[in-house]
Design a protein around this ligand. Structure first.
Ligand SMILES: Nc1ncnc2c1ncn2[C@@H]1O[C@H](COP(=O)(O)OP(=O)(O)OP(=O)(O)O)[C@@H](O)[C@H]1O
Ligand SMILES: [Mg+2]
Length: 304
């Protein structure tokens, strides 16, 4: 790669990655509640089927540390291909931390250390040969707050394909941009204003633009960390419909604080508590017939 290429990579990486990573900070009381419930539950390993018959990603015995803090403890779970996995649990339980392991976003946090094995299509994503920039194209990410580049709508989508060399001509690029915007359910709303700034769109549109940007580099997996938490109910509904549509072509992991949302968009649900994966299973089962007391307490609103 030439120097300019490298610079451009940094640029897109900075915009995507160097968002302030906000660690969850729990009120002491709530943390004590969570500890007390955990102690009482006699947790003895994840309940439910952690593997998938057709895994796109597979995490095995993953531990994450922030300096001394053990934030993820021995978590194993698969992301089934063309499936939406939702990750739920009280604040500080490690949902974002675990999600960020899946495309090595935690690499950008100095004090963070990841152990264990995470595979994408049976390849260890933490192996030394792995090109992290390419990995993050294959495993794209959508953040809580929409973060379009300060560029035109067209350029927001074209940027990734350009630096990854995915479009040979202007016509090709136009097609990638249109297809990505269509898949993100935004084309109709923006096709006449592609040259206007992405930041001029509404919040919900900006989030769909960020989804289009992730799609434009043909990912296999899309990670979403509370993608609707800054959106109104109508914009949220649009994103939820979109997630269901996207599942046909991508594998999706979504962190959400809304149990209704998890129930609406996902086929499998994983419940985290204090860094442990307590339970994972079919979404319908988790919400109607949770096996673990901690899961039950959470979904019935006893904490979190
Ligand atoms: N950059 C960081 N530096 C230090 N500690 C961190 C960092 N990020 C997360 N942590 C700690 O790791 C634990 C898990 O945090 P994480 O942000 O993954 O939780 P979360 O489940 O996403 O919470 P929330 O629902 O509030 O977003 C918390 O104890 C948090 O304080
Ligand atoms: Mg979080």
């Amino acid at each position: 790669m030439n120097a300019v290429g490298k610079h451009q990579y940094r640029d897109i990486e900075d915009m995507n990655v160097n968002k302030p990573v906000e660690p969850a900070v729990l009120p002491a009381e709530e943390e004590l509640d969570q500890f007390a419930a955990f102690e009482k539950s006699g947790f003895d390993g994840t309940v439910g089927k952690v593997t998938s018959d057709d895994p796109c990603m597979a995490a095995k015995n993953v531990d994450v540390f922030y300096a001394e803090k053990h934030a993820i403890i021995d978590v194993s779970v698969d992301l089934g291909r063309n499936e939406v996995l939702s990750m739920i649990g009280p604040s500080g339980c490690g949902k974002s931390t675990f999600l960020r392991c899946l495309n090595r976003m935690n690499d950008t946090i100095d004090i963070c250390r990841v152990e264990g094995d995470i595979q994408l299509d049976e390849e260890d994503i933490y192996n030394k040969q792995m090109d992290v920039v390419l990995l993050r194209a294959r495993v794209g990410m959508v953040f809580q707050k929409p973060n379009p580049f300060p560029k035109s709508i067209y350029e927001n989508v074209a940027y990734g394909p350009r630096i990854h060399g995915l479009a040979a001509s202007k016509t090709d690029m136009d097609e990638v941009v249109e297809t990505s915007l269509r898949k993100a359910g935004l084309w109709g709303e923006v096709k006449d204003r592609l040259d206007t700034p992405g930041t001029g769109l509404s919040g919900g549109q900006q989030q769909r633009l960020c989804i289009a940007r992730a799609i434009a580099v043909s990912p296999e997996v899309i990670l979403m960390d509370e993608p609707c938490s800054a959106l109104d109910p109508i914009a949220t509904a649009k994103i939820e419909e979109l997630i269901d549509e996207l599942r046909k072509n991508y594998t999706i992991a979504i962190v959400t604080h809304s149990m209704q949302q998890a129930a609406r968009v996902s086929q499998r649900t994983a419940y985290f508590h204090l860094g442990y994966l307590v339970e994972v299973g079919e979404t319908d089962d988790i919400f109607t017939n949770p096996q673990h007391k901690l899961t039950e307490d959470y979904i019935t609103g006893r904490f979190g």
